[in-house]
Design a protein around this ligand. Structure first.
Ligand code: MRU
Length: 368
């Protein structure tokens, strides 16, 4: 796939039969890639945030399943691959893309199993011989489809912009996806089209995805960025030059509630208060109709060490509350941009229609 303008960074690669990850813990000071040969190493890298961002961890997990298949014994692969997939799925709880990608890989395994069951039992196991090849092809499709979705969302989202400035949160770019990005894809496209006056990025405490990743990524791709601390967002929106707040999502529930990086909810309230529009950009792989509302989303809590700048604080018994995602209620969202189209004021009925599913008594039942 041909890269677009302002589109040079790739954080997840399949390289010489290994998963190559740009180590995001070390950015922006050090550019270092890790080459992983085993599935458990990929699961650990997801937990440790070597790779992060909802679509990127789904893609890394898909390649992790390929490694699992390649390293398990031919005689035993059906049993042996399952714990590896479970380990990947448990690596982080909130982003549904992880489960979505593993489900796609499992569907390939199930198909090969069915083919094997139908085959003549005196022949070598056709499923095993095809397994690595078919799984790699599926992982590559997941990766390429994600980039294509980001390009499309970039076009659809940028068309909504009004020439004012934009504010973004966390990192939603090439580092968080297969490439180009969700909210940052809209910003890339909008900047190139001259539809954005200025890009503001929250530093995004406590892990500083905005300061360390978004600022670095935009500078690499030639897009000027102005950084602010999260607490300055209300004052910025009050100034009146920001037209849209643009964020990504880790999970969109069936009613349109959105789980995203902690601080997103504050921004949505602030945006509504100041008459600024609020856009969520997420591919359909982030929509989870099996989760009824934001209340049902598992929010990840991370280590106190992410917040305690000094060891002395923990030695003095300071407790830490560190939820790393929050829920933005659907009613605060002006536009949900997906690769299948834009939902203005998303709700349960609009999401079901987007995915072409039937609604009965508020519950989603079957394909149309
Ligand atoms: O904890 P992280 O860095 O994995 O959180 C990432 C985010 O919250 C992003 O905003 C989200 O994944 C959407 S970006 C594609």
């Amino acid at each position: 796939m041909t890269a677009r303008v302002h589109d040079r960074i790739r954080a997840v690669l399949w390289h010489q039969n290994r998963v190559r990850l740009l180590d995001q813990r070390r950015l922006p000071d050090t550019i270092d890639y890790l080459d992983l040969a085993r599935c458990d190493e990929v699961a650990q890298a997801i937990t440790d945030m070597v790779v992060r961002g909802a679509p990127a961890i789904g893609i890394a997990a898909a390649y992790g399943v390929v490694l699992a298949a390649r390293t398990c014994a031919a005689s035993d692969w059906r049993r042996a691959i399952e714990p590896d997939m479970e380990r990947l799925a448990a690596a982080r709880p909130t982003a549904v893309n992880l489960h979505w990608a593993i489900a796609r890989m499992r569907a390939v395994i199930d198909r090969l199993n069915r083919d094997a069951a139908r085959a003549d039992s005196t022949m070598p196991d056709p499923a095993m011989s095809d397994l690595g090849h078919e799984l790699l092809a599926e992982a590559r499709r997941i990766h390429e489809e994600d980039i294509a979705a980001n390009y499309r969302m970039g076009e659809l989202g940028a068309a909504l912009l009004d020439g004012n400035s934009v504010l973004t949160h966390c990192n939603t770019g090439s580092l968080a996806t297969g490439g180009y990005g969700t909210a940052l894809g809209v910003i890339r496209n909008g900047f190139h089209a001259g539809r954005i006056a200025k890009v503001y990025a929250d530093e995004t405490r406590p892990w500083l995805q905005g300061a360390r990743l978004t600022a670095w990524e935009l500078v690499q791709d030639g897009i000027p960025v102005t950084l602010l601390c999260d607490a300055a967002a209300a004052s910025l929106l009050r100034q009146g030059d920001v037209g849209w707040v643009i964020v990504g999502a880790d999970r969109v529930a069936a009613n349109g509630d959105v789980a995203n990086k902690i601080g997103t909810y504050n921004l949505a309230i602030n945006a509504r208060h100041h008459g600024v529009k609020f856009m969520v950009v997420a591919p359909t792989s982030t929509i989870d109709l099996a989760t009824a509302s934001g209340d049902d989303i598992d929010i990840e809590y991370r280590d106190a060490g992410e917040m305690l700048s000094s060891r002395a604080l923990s030695e003095h018994g300071v407790a830490v509350w560190n939820p790393v995602f929050d829920i933005t209620p659907a009613e605060l969202i002006d536009a949900l941009v997906t690769e299948r189209g834009v939902l203005h004021r998303p709700d349960r009925a609009k999401l079901a229609a987007l995915l072409r599913l039937r609604q009965k008594n508020g519950a989603i039942t079957a394909p149309l």
